[in-house]
Design a protein around this ligand. Structure first.
Ligand code: FE
Length: 265
């Protein structure tokens, strides 16, 4: 839309989407003390074009009935191993969440090692169209483990506190669980950039709980507590991968190529 855009703010999920928007010149950089103070540096664009407003961890969920404590996987890589053949559900390759997780693996392990891991996943897994289907597939016995965003499980618990699927935080001894974000920035051709900036500042501060609690996400502002259900079920903290989500955007094209090369649908 360029100059004709009606939008003063572009807001979306997934760091890859935000990075793509930044690359396409959709945003204007913001010089905001409020945002710099409220949002950790690792959760903002290095050029201040976009700012994360909520955090979602993509981690392993499992059936406590069919996965024993000593075989419980605690890394993404383990799900590529032969003993998990036919026991894994994963999300499809065209999904941004899958692409960003693979981009994160490329960022930490390089292309060739990641290719081996993703080939193992493709061999072991039933590929499903969305995270909710994955959760119900674990509950119903189609698979024993899956990789989903934490808030989908929180949503299910809201209706069914006894839902027979549990979550484990991945890579807690190592580099931390893969965290993706939702976020926003002010568009380059915004009619009222000051007002738009104020809205983003509010969402990162006084409006954080209002923004994140409805979807059971984690606040990006360290002064704000997650909602009660999230704290009770998953705890108020975990070790998060320190890689700036902007990297997922830069590595997105490689991730897409790798998924294709691995035969991962
Ligand atoms: Fe989602």
């Amino acid at each position: 839309e360029g100059e004709d855009t009606q939008a003063d703010i572009y807001m979306t999920v997934d760091a890859g989407n935000l990075a793509t928007a930044a690359e396409q010149g959709i945003f204007q950089p913001l010089d905001s003390d409020v945002l710099n103070e409220a949002i950790p540096e690792s959760l903002r664009d290095p050029d201040n074009q976009w700012f994360a407003l909520s955090a979602r961890a993509r981690t392993i969920v499992y059936s406590p009935e069919r996965v024993s404590a000593d075989e419980l996987p605690t890394t993404y890589e383990e799900l590529a191993e032969p003993e998990w053949e036919g026991r894994v559900c994963l999300r499809n390759s065209t999904n941004a969440y899958t692409q960003s997780l693979v981009a994160r693996l490329i960022g930490s392990r390089g292309y060739d090692e990641t290719l081996e891991i993703v080939e193992g996943w493709a061999n072991n897994a039933e590929i499903l169209p969305n995270d909710m289907v994955q959760l119900f597939s674990v509950a119903d016995g189609l698979c024993d483990v899956a990789i989903t965003n934490h808030y989908y499980l929180a949503r299910v618990y809201e209706d069914d506190p006894d839902f027979p699927v549990d979550l484990v935080w991945v890579d807690q001894e190592d580099r931390g669980v893969h965290v993706n974000i939702s976020g926003a920035g002010v568009t380059r051709f915004a009619d009222d950039p000051e007002l738009a900036q104020q809205l983003i500042e509010w969402l990162a501060t006084d409006g954080q709980s209002a923004f994140v609690d409805g979807n059971h996400e984690y606040p990006v502002n360290p002064d704000v507590e997650p909602d009660a259900l999230v704290v009770a079920e998953f705890g108020d903290t975990f070790v998060a991968d320190p890689l700036n989500p902007a990297e997922y955007g830069l590595l997105n094209a490689e991730a897409v190529r790798l998924l294709d090369e691995a035969g991962y649908e």
